[in-house]
Design a protein around this ligand. Structure first.
Ligand code: PLP
Length: 457
């Protein structure tokens, strides 16, 4: 059957419920239907070509339709697609776990697989809680059953990960279904200080966290944080030393540190893992997104020897971690992840980023002079451009004006796909993008912001 563009567009609107999408508005517009990808580009069903400025939701590392990743997938499919990790092991998941332990911070020695960033967080939360109960059931009985997370935190969409979420827009409707969380301020320098004073912001946030820990630490199993950048909140970049300060406070107050590197892992911030930049050794590390370079859903929760050991006991003690998903340790996904990590090393990807990050910084400087750009934040290959109606008051445009949506539509018409997060225009270029492609992506974005904000307002 020959499929027409018209049919696909009609059926998309009729049958598919898109994530995080206002479907009434979505159905008023022509859908963007992607058919294939090649390197840094996506192609829609009409053959239009776009720079992938959001790394297909922050996952792509080496480009689309990558010959070696394709071959790794084919080779594994020729052996077996999936068998369970329940009472059995498989080759790619063993090799990948060994590799992950080798490349992540030293504190981490054990790997528990799952299928998405959200589930990697669920696992860390459940393990952290159970750890304290197993460690000392008398001392911690009825205690250490709460988690601290940051204002504006985003850790996924399952009930546990939403419980530790701090984004009112996404999370408030679900509050009656959730467990209690304790909140500490996010280091949102632009909004918390007058003149983007990072040191003042850091001091304010660490003092607030210390006050909370002093009062409540006995109740707290762990603190979860997006190291260096709170992505979904609009690329809130933490001041230098903030993460290290959080680690020190967690250690002092006997609270486990869960580093959610789902967004920032695998080179996004310029180092393989964000924790490396501050020499931080977390008790848990959650990874997903870039783990398979954007090929397949796979996640991992890494933890320490000490936490793992608390779960060891005789069968009748039931120290089991009662958690697992059907596709846990899937061979296809693990084989592709292994190839991804091999490519990161072989291509010298991390070393190649410095030049690109500096180039991006240089290209972003003029954005600050645009009349409706309030703040420009960059950490490595993550960029947030905050759009405001009025620079002095930092007030965003009213939602109904849909300014950010018009900006991304303008960019799309000019050949780049980017996404907004509320009032923030996000750039998440594929890590393998060339300087020429980064040049084009930033030019298209600049023009879109300049034109749309000038035209309408
Ligand atoms: N944690 C962070 C920091 C994220 O940015 C995301 C997704 O954007 C998640 C968790 C959830 O990951 P997933 O969408 O794979 O469930």
């Amino acid at each position: 059957m020959q499929l027409s563009t018209h049919d696909l567009e009609r059926w998309d609107k009729e049958y598919v419920w898109h994530p995080f999408t206002q479907m009434k508005a979505y159905r008023r517009e022509k859908p963007l239907i992607i058919e294939r990808g090649e390197g840094s580009y996506l192609y829609d069903i009409e053959g239009n070509k776009y720079l992938d400025g959001y790394s297909s939701l922050w996952v792509n590392v080496h480009g689309h339709n990558h010959a070696e990743l394709n071959a790794a997938l084919r080779e594994q499919a020729g052996k077996i697609a999936h068998s369970t990790l329940l009472g059995a092991a498989n080759v790619p998941s063993i090799l990948l776990a060994k590799k992950l332990v080798e490349i992540t911070p030293q504190s981490l020695t054990k790997v528990f697989y799952s299928d998405s960033g959200s589930t990697s967080v669920e696992i860390a939360l459940k393990m952290a809680y159970q750890y304290w109960q197993l460690k000392d059931p008398v001392r911690f009985s009825g205690k250490k059953n709460k988690f601290i997370s940051l204002r504006e935190a985003y850790h996924g969409d399952t009930i546990g990960s939403v419980s530790v979420g701090g984004m009112e827009t996404f999370h408030h409707i679900f509050r009656p279904l959730l467990f209690e969380r304790l909140e500490t301020p996010a280091p949102y320098t632009y909004r918390l200080t007058e003149n983007n004073d990072e040191e003042a912001c850091k001091a304010l946030c660490l003092d607030a966290l210390e006050a909370l820990l002093k009062e409540r630490h006995e109740e707290v199993a762990g603190l979860i944080i997006e190291p260096l950048v709170q992505g979904a909140a609009g690329m809130i970049t933490a001041p230098d030393g903030f993460l290290r300060g959080v680690r020190e406070l967690c250690t002092r107050y006997e609270v486990l540190l869960i580093a959610d590197e789902v967004a920032v892992g695998f080179g996004r911030t310029g180092t393989l893992f964000a924790c490396e930049q501050e020499g931080v050794e977390p008790d848990f590390l959650c990874v997903a997104k870039g783990l398979t370079a954007g090929y397949l859903p796979l996640a991992a929760t890494l933890t320490s020897e000490e936490i793992f050991n608390a779960f060891l006991g005789e069968p009748e003690e039931l120290r089991t971690f009662f958690h697992g998903h059907t596709y846990t340790g899937n061979q296809l996904a693990c084989a592709v992840a292994l190839k991804n990590l091999e490519l990161i090393e072989q291509t010298g990807l991390i070393a190649s980023l410095e030049k690109k990050i500096n180039f991006l910084a240089q290209k972003l400087a003029p954005f600050r002079t645009l009349p409706h750009v309030g703040d420009v934040r960059q950490r490595g290959m993550m960029v947030g451009i905050e759009i405001v109606q009025d620079k002095a008051s930092k007030k965003p445009f009213p939602i109904h004006m849909q300014v950010e949506h018009h900006i991304i539509l303008h960019a799309r018409r000019n050949g780049a796909i980017i996404r907004p997060l509320g009032p923030v225009i996000v750039l998440m270029p594929i890590l393998s993008m060339s300087l020429e492609e980064l040049d084009r992506l930033t030019d298209i974005t600049y023009k879109a912001i300049e034109t749309v904000t000038a035209q309408t307002y």
